[in-house]
Design a protein around this ligand. Structure first.
Ligand code: AMP
Length: 402
């Protein structure tokens, strides 16, 4: 059996999966792991394989030590890089700027280009570059591929991609809508030709990636024409801990009147707002329980969340003109039937009718949740970004090795 290794390096963590690119979205990976609290006094490795979980706690000074040690621990467990055949390594890279519209085989030059994009994603790209460098050192003979969160949104037309900010300033600082979660939007949208039995270039669809981070996209004929995240992943829908769209004047107001620094406002809007900023929790299972118990803040958070979601769905219906399908995906989209029902409630006059029984079916694969007479079909399609990255990495590695 051959596997792809998928790495997702964050500022203080590394997530990885060893998986068969032929898997389906709901298959468990062959092995997976999480390296946490890198750079702190106590770190943790969690490895999972065949139903077993193995946890080791020890200091992890940097990404290089974290990844090398993770490989050692995998080897101790019998599935290290020298014990299983790894044919490709796929790296999730958050920001590809205007430079990358699709996955790229990594070489020194491409790594430098990703490094040059750090000003656009100062929190994410440095960790991505670290992960790439360490993995290329440890696995020098395997092709490494970068898959960009922004890549799918290269097709945005200027009207959707540009902000009405002073154009000179915008150009000088690379300010435009890049969009994120592209791998997920592309992955679920590619299931539609088969599910609708219609050629990809004739399908207009709206994809709703509702996880802890959340975004939506309008897709015409397989190409994204609008999306809710912007220059950064802070924009658009209300999220677990992020505001989504707010009046940018609020930032000036807080800076002038609340004695908050830019970094404090950044943390407030990214980590202490959204559903959590109202309800104190960002998990929709807990939110639901609180609403059922009559918690008014939880209800307020949920109402704002749904209001903003419906606003985007409505606007994308106008942008697309004719919509064939709306798809829910990611943790909330796949599991929270009440969110799906409320997001599309009372839209029969626009050709959308959810079937309440289908909407309650368990989450075990792609499924239709609209009624047979609903003109716009509504689907739930489990996303799997790691699997999509594994497939890109394997495909490019095969092309490279011919
Ligand atoms: P993701 O970022 O896609 O992993 O989504 C994580 C979020 O999905 C969690 O914070 C929860 O809010 C939500 N979620 C996961 N499982 C469920 C569930 N069974 N019911 C409702 N929400 C869920």
């Amino acid at each position: 059996m051959t596997y792809a290794l998928v790495l997702n390096s964050g500022s203080s963590s590394i997530k990885f999966q060893l998986l068969d690119p032929g898997n389906s979205a709901t298959d468990e990976p062959f092995a997976s792991g999480l390296v946490e609290q890198i750079g702190e006094s106590s770190g943790r490795f969690t490895l999972k394989h065949g139903g077993d979980k193995h946890v080791v706690e020890e200091e992890i000074p940097n990404h290089s030590v974290g990844l090398s040690r993770a490989f050692e621990l995998m080897t101790e467990q019998g599935y290290g890089p020298s014990q299983v055949e790894i044919t490709a390594v796929g790296h999730r890279v958050v920001h590809g700027g205007l430079l990358f519209s699709g996955p790229e085989i990594l070489n020194d030059e491409i790594v430098e280009m990703i490094r040059d994009l750090i000003p656009l994603a100062p929190l994410h790209n440095p960790a991505n570059v670290d992960g790439i460098e360490v993995a290329r050192r440890i696995l020098p003979d395997v092709p490494h591929v970068a898959v960009f969160d922004t890549g799918f949104f290269h097709s945005l037309p200027p009207a959707a991609a540009l902000y009405a900010l002073n154009h000179e300033v915008a150009v000088e600082h690379g300010i435009r809508r890049y969009g994120f979660h592209g791998t997920s939007h592309e992955y679920v949208s590619q299931r539609l030709p088969e599910l609708l039995d219609k050629p990809a270039d004739e399908i207009n669809q709206i994809t709703l990636h509702l996880g802890n981070g959340a975004s939506c996209a309008a897709i015409r004929g397989g190409e994204a024409i609008d999306t809710s995240m912007g220059m950064t992943p802070l924009a658009g829908l209300v999220m677990g801990t992020r505001t989504g769209d707010i009046d940018p004047g609020i930032i000036f107001h807080l800076a002038r009147n609340a004695d908050m620094s830019i970094d404090e406002i950044d943390t407030l809007m990214n980590k202490k707002s959204g559903v959590k900023g109202f309800a104190g929790v960002n998990d929709f299972r807990e939110l639901r329980r609180m609403i059922d118990d009559g918690d008014r803040d939880a209800w307020a958070a949920y109402s704002i969340y749904i209001h903003q979601l419906r606003r985007y769905i409505g606007s994308y219906m106008i942008t697309l003109g004719n919509v064939d399908a709306i798809t829910f995906t990611a943790g909330v989209g796949e599991n929270a039937s009440f969110v799906r029902a409320d997001a599309l409630a009372e839209l029969e006059m626009y050709g959308i009718r959810i079937d309440p029984e289908r909407n309650e079916l368990p989450n075990d694969g792609a499924r239709l949740i609209s009624t047979d007479d609903s003109r716009i079909k509504v689907f739930v399609i489990p996303t799997n970004e790691e699997l999509a990255i594994a497939r890109y990495a394997t495909e490019l590695a095969e092309q490279k090795t011919g």
